[in-house]
Design a protein around this ligand. Structure first.
Ligand code: FNR
Length: 185
């Protein structure tokens, strides 16, 4: 049986650099790993009132089922104002509730951030890690992945042009796979 990896991209932008990096990372997974991109842009903003009633949004229910079905997650995100984009935080919140039914819990993950700026989304990366601690997601510590100056190694069509970047991304995947295999041993 294949390991199911949920890939979550923190950008809704058509030409997102993070989406391109996520696609590359997914292509570097081993044979027995299966990547599924989990969409988050359709999720209504989290509101506890809706979970308390009978009209829980269908989008939340579908997303929770998908998140629960995964063995591990790859988060690939830009930085918005030194934090993670609201759409990504909302997705974390939606699948963490109703209370006691956090479906992220007890899975492994890797966090990758990318930016045209020099700091490579460090702020987003670590704010996301902070939430993942509380959500009980076992997050890879090393190697860390802050991909700065992305316009210097990604083309308009999303292809990666730097010879250094591809093996670096592979090292992220190798660490993520090693952590996940150890966890499920
Ligand atoms: C940004 N951007 C940005 N970049 C960064 O390195 N640090 C930051 O704090 C911010 N803040 C920020 C806020 C908002 C609201 C936007 C829209 C953008 C720039 C951002 O890195 C750039 O737009 C990336 O291209 C976004 O990632 P994708 O969409 O290419 O994956």
């Amino acid at each position: 049986e294949k390991r199911k990896i949920g890939v979550i991209v923190g950008s809704l932008r058509e030409g997102s650099f993070n989406k391109s990096i996520a696609k590359k990372l997914a292509s570097q997974l081993p044979e027995n790993y299966e990547a599924e991109f989990l969409e988050i842009g359709q999720l209504p903003f989290y509101n506890e009132d809706l979970d308390a009633g009978t009209d829980v949004p269908k989008e939340w229910e579908d997303f929770r089922v998908k998140v629960k079905a995964m063995d591990a997650y790859l988060f690939v995100t830009p930085e918005y104002n030194r934090s993670m984009p609201a759409v990504l935080k909302n997705a974390l919140d939606v699948a963490s509730r109703p209370y006691g039914e956090n479906v992220w819990s007890g899975k492994t993950a890797a966090v990758i951030s990318a930016s045209p700026g020099a700091t490579g989304g460090f702020g987003a990366n670590h704010h996301l890690r902070q939430s993942l601690v509380f959500l009980n997601v076992i997050t890879m510590q090393q190697p860390e992945a802050y991909l700065g100056n992305v316009t210097s190694f990604i083309n308009e069509d999303g292809s990666i042009t730097s010879e250094r970047t591809v093996p670096f991304l592979q090292s992220i995947i190798d660490g993520f796979v090693a952590l996940t295999e150890q966890f499920y041993k």
